[in-house]
Design a protein around this ligand. Structure first.
Ligand SMILES: CC(C)(COP(=O)(O)OP(=O)(O)OC[C@H]1O[C@@H](n2cnc3c(N)ncnc32)[C@H](O)[C@@H]1OP(=O)(O)O)[C@@H](O)C(=O)NCCC(=O)NCCS
Length: 258
């Protein structure tokens, strides 16, 4: 289990650029609630399509959180790639997974983003596809129905046999493992969640115990649980079974470091 405490801004400022090795996974914790002047500055880093997305949000808070998340992802990736944040170009996979456009793949970075409430997490690896999911722990309306729809029998028993006050959290632990796994392979949750079985007690390379032929080919994953904060649960998944060393960092203040 990984706690995302991260390094401070001054640690980050000491480093001009970021290097990542084949067996490393970097997890960046991003605070999404920033003052209006910071959000305005970050907005300028977004491209036209992203600015159109901002305009499409009906709730101001969602618009500013999206702005902070996407602009910060640009800033962080740019410090690995050694380029201006605005210059990074993304493309999307068949079901919407963002990747770096081919011309940015000189350094073969893979990444995935998740956000829940005021927290974003960016996962970065060098060569292997990665998927990440975090969820704020909350009361889940219609929990028994969700449990039945999304979990297999053994998982359902684990959740429903847990302390009544912790059932929501236990459900979200399974949920985030499944979503992180499905996001690794770019399909997201269009695949029914109950087609994937998770063993939360297994070592990271054996947590997916059954995927009911969701994917015909490469389907192994190295999945670690992450606790990005007291009120959150999460999981990060990397394609394959190789062990990854996970390093965690925080992006503070919504500004590019010097
Ligand atoms: C991707 C998906 C799992 C997101 O679920 P979520 O819990 O709402 O969101 P999260 O915060 O965990 O992740 C969202 C991020 O995942 C990334 N993402 C989007 N599609 C993805 C995919 N297919 N695989 C992996 N990552 C994906 C994006 O970066 C997105 O954030 P952004 O749009 O702000 O950049 C969900 O939308 C999904 O299953 N999509 C699959 C495609 C699909 O069915 N689309 C129809 C939607 S109408």
């Amino acid at each position: 289990m990984i706690r995302l405490r991260g390094q401070s801004k001054s640690d980050i400022q000491r480093r001009a650029s970021w290097l990542i090795e084949d067996d490393q996974l970097h997890l960046w914790r991003i605070g999404l609630d920033e003052p209006a002047d910071v959000v305005d500055g970050l907005y300028k880093l977004l491209n036209e399509e992203e600015q159109e997305r901002v305009a499409g949000f009906l709730v101001d808070q969602q618009a500013s959180r999206f702005t902070v998340c996407r602009a910060t992802v640009r800033q962080i990736l740019s410090s690995y790639l050694g380029c201006d944040p605005q210059k990074i170009e993304f493309e999307k996979g068949e079901f919407g997974k963002p990747h770096l456009r081919a011309k940015w793949r000189k350094q073969p970075l893979k990444f995935n983003i998740t956000h829940s409430a005021d927290l974003g997490v960016l996962a970065i690896t060098k060569n292997c596809e990665v998927g990440v999911d975090v969820e704020r722990i909350r009361t889940i309306r219609g929990l028994p129905r969700m449990v039945e729809r999304c979990l297999v029998r053994t998982e359902q028993d684990d959740v429903m046999n847990s302390d009544v006050n912790h059932r929501g959290r236990e459900f979200l632990r399974f949920w985030t493992h499944k979503e992180a796994y499905l996001k690794t392979y770019g399909v997201g949750i269009r695949q029914p969640m109950d087609k994937v079985t998770i063993d939360l007690a297994a070592p990271p390379s054996q947590r997916v115990v059954n995927h009911s032929d969701v994917f015909p080919d490469e389907t192994k994953a190295y999945i670690s649980e992450v606790w990005p904060g007291d009120d959150y649960v999460g999981a990060v998944s990397v394609a394959g079974t190789t062990e990854f060393a996970i390093e965690t960092f925080s992006w503070v203040g919504g500004r590019e470091h010097a």
